[in-house]
Design a protein around this ligand. Structure first.
Ligand code: ZN
Length: 442
């Protein structure tokens, strides 16, 4: 089965190559700004703008006559072309959003990119793109060493099970990365190796994720030690940056240090999430997660940092394709499914539960359970009851006036037999089955 997949490698360029990377990023930025100015001028005059293809044609005409653009030949022509394509997409996105056809945060009219303030990145849509062992080869830039091994992709390219569609080069803090979009002929399992297995996963603020499976075993991924230590250091560097005098050299240095460390923490987190989601998808046929309103949560400033750090959206995306590869499925609970407020023992629902309450205490049946564990059990039970919605796209419809999906109507009916509502029974089940599962995540 053909799937489109990304392979991302950190580059280790020579000083000359690094200058080439900066220069290409500059060319992409220039092309974007040039195209945007052209579109704006045309819009003012004629009420419409240029498409990506038209811009490229226009550019090809202008670049030879305008002496100010004499340097265009130093860069791969792809870089301009792809920048125009991006601009085209951004303009279309803006129109779609204005018509109300687009979900999520509404993008504004595309803006000019400013050196040092925008993301440094450019893309190759064609040309020689290869990799072998510890290098990648890109148009114009030639063969660049990588920090990590590119062997896995190289082998796929060699035996013909992969084809590179495009390469995006970008900079994060001090490091350049290349991300290949690759069409891979993958061996996708038609059936999951362990049919019938279910795990409910709660994406947490304090732990990365908490899962409870159909046997009551608890899986907790708290994130590696390096991540926790990294987050503390991030806080420290953030404070140092905020305290430094605005516009001073010290502030600039602090900003650089902060950005560098931020990139490191993000890499550690992504690695932990990749490992955890791979294991979950391989181990369970059905994985149930919440449909968190990430856009809404990011608007809430107190939550924003923690949410963005955990990368909720990223976990969902990873689980989505990884369950697919393993022949399983991802179930996304309705946005208004009260997974945290519902008692997993008796099905009763709390009117309110503040985010600071880390322990769930049921007033009706006396259940005392970790907040995340309780939520994970509810999610797992939701899939078992068959009342779930398959994907996130339909999550905007608010369920009936009661605000509860059908799965939770009658207290006491939604949870599994054999899983009594007492805290003690839950705890033992978790403890025994937990031991060996925990070991995979270490
Ligand atoms: Zn209860």
């Amino acid at each position: 089965m053909l799937v489109t997949q990304a392979y991302r490698f950190a580059l280790d360029p020579s000083p000359r190559q690094e200058r080439g990377l900066w220069s290409h990023a500059g060319a992409a930025r220039f092309a974007w700004n040039w195209g945007l100015a052209a579109c704006r001028d045309r819009y003012d005059a004629e009420g419409k703008w240029w498409s990506g293809v038209e811009l490229h044609r226009l550019w090809n005409r202008v670049k030879k006559t305008d002496p100010g653009l004499g340097w265009w030949g130093e860069h791969s022509k792809c870089v301009h072309q792809e920048a125009f394509r991006d601009l085209d997409r951004a303009l279309r996105g803006f129109v779609r959003a204005r018509k109300g056809l687009r979900k999520g945060r509404r993008p504004g009219f595309p803006r000019f990119k400013k050196r040092g303030r925008c993301r440094d990145s450019f893309r190759f849509g064609s040309g020689v793109m290869r990799c072998s062992g510890r290098t990648v080869t890109l148009p114009r830039l030639g063969t660049i060493a990588t920090h990590e091994s590119t062997r896995k992709l190289a082998r796929r390219l060699e035996n013909g099970t992969a084809r590179i569609l495009s390469a995006t080069v970008s900079r994060t803090a001090h490091r350049w990365f290349v991300s290949f979009t690759v069409q891979v002929d993958r061996n996708v399992l038609g059936r999951h190796a362990r049919p019938g297995t279910i795990v409910g996963v709660d994406l947490g603020v304090t732990t990365l994720l908490t899962g409870v499976d159909d046997h009551g075993a608890e899986i907790e991924v708290g994130g590696p030690k390096a991540l926790r230590a990294g987050l503390r250091k991030l806080q420290r560097l953030g404070k140092a940056h905020a305290r430094a005098q605005r516009g001073s050299a010290n502030r600039a240095k602090a900003a650089k240090r902060l950005a560098r460390h931020h990139a490191r923490v993000a890499a550690v987190r992504a690695d932990a999430l990749h490992k955890a989601t791979s294991t979950l998808a391989a181990r369970y046929e059905t994985v149930v997660v919440e449909d968190l309103n990430v856009t809404g949560m990011l608007a809430n400033r107190r939550l924003a940092g923690a949410v963005a750090d955990q990368g909720f959206g990223a976990v969902r995306r990873m689980l989505d394709y990884k369950t697919g590869w393993n022949g399983g499925r991802l179930v996304v609970a309705d946005r208004w499914f009260p997974s945290s407020k519902t008692c997993s023992g008796c099905g009763g629902r709390k009117p309110s539960l503040s985010l600071s309450e880390r322990t769930f205490r049921c007033d009706a049946c006396g259940l005392v359970l970790g907040r995340d564990v309780n939520a994970a059990i509810n999610l797992r039970n939701l899939a078992a009851s068959g009342a779930e919605r398959r994907n996130a796209c339909g999550g905007d419809v608010r369920p009936g006036p009661a605000g509860r999906p059908p799965a939770k109507q009658e207290p006491g009916t939604a949870h599994h037999a054999g899983e009594t509502g007492t805290a003690a029974a839950q705890a033992t089940a978790i403890w025994t089955a937990d031991a060996h599962i925990r070991s995979w995540f270490r």
